[in-house]
Design a protein around this ligand. Structure first.
Ligand SMILES: *Cc1c(COP(=O)(O)O)cnc(C)c1O
Length: 225
């Protein structure tokens, strides 16, 4: 299937999942994750109507940014090494992997305007996953108030790689609950209106549980390397 066909199918799926729970499908944005594909395929996604691109390496992001530019929003979705921040900071619109104080400090040092960040949460309780433990999130977000350039627009998580829908759903539900707790604090630097959750295999569940950004690689653009 072409990227266009995949995109059309995913849009239908979004509509269906949103309808199921009475959500407005317009509230859900698809980030095309292009880390496994060429610049040409990323360009095909843009031609198909994609307006958000996600990469998990500075090199991949820079290559695609150079070819595509400001026509789309740029999302950094992977573990971000502190020393790489300076390479991407003036290119990205969103960082989905804020997970430690040293990273926040580096973003603050390098940024020249507000950076929209997601705090990454280990909501699946898997030991191997990145992100803060649930109990650490609120204290961390409160501490981020000291920075001028960091805005916590939302929370991000990755569900466990399993066929058990219930386990995946519970992970997304934990993130939603935490989002409501952050919102209740009414922190100026942390409106936390967004939830970045759901990938190729679980985005329909994520939408039912409140995702506003889904990050889709394989089932949208395929996997070339
Ligand atoms: C690779 C990746 C995705 C997309 O994964 P697919 O299963 O190919 O859709 C989403 N989020 C993050 C953080 C990733 O690293």
């Amino acid at each position: 299937m072409s990227v266009q066909e995949n995109y059309n199918k995913i849009k239908q799926d979004i509509q269906q999942a949103a309808n199921k729970v009475g959500r407005d499908p317009e509230q859900i944005r698809i980030i095309a994750v292009t880390k496994y594909v060429s610049i040409e395929t990323a360009q095909a996604a843009v031609a198909a109507g994609i307006r958000d691109i996600g990469e998990n390496r500075d090199t991949g992001l820079l290559q695609k940014y150079e070819a595509i530019g400001k026509e789309v929003m740029w999302h950094f979705i992977g573990t971000l090494q502190t020393r790489k921040v300076k390479n991407i900071i003036d290119k990205v619109d969103y960082i989905h992997s804020l997970d430690r104080m040293s990273l926040a400090e580096e973003i603050e040092k390098r940024a020249t305007k507000t950076v929209k960040c997601f705090v990454q949460v280990n909501a699946s309780k898997e030991l191997t996953k990145h992100g803060l433990d649930i109990e650490e999130v609120i204290p961390y977000i409160k501490e981020l108030g000291q920075f001028r350039f960091i805005e916590v627009v939302g929370l991000m998580t990755m569900a466990e790689n399993t066929d058990d829908e219930l386990i995946i759903r519970q992970t997304f539900q934990r993130l939603k609950k935490l989002q409501l707790e952050v919102q209740a604090l009414q922190l100026k630097h942390a409106p936390c209106t967004e939830l970045s959750m759901g990938m190729s295999n679980d985005y329909h569940i994520a939408i039912e549980e409140g995702a506003t950004f889904i990050r889709i690689g394989t089932s949208l653009v395929g996997k070339e390397f």
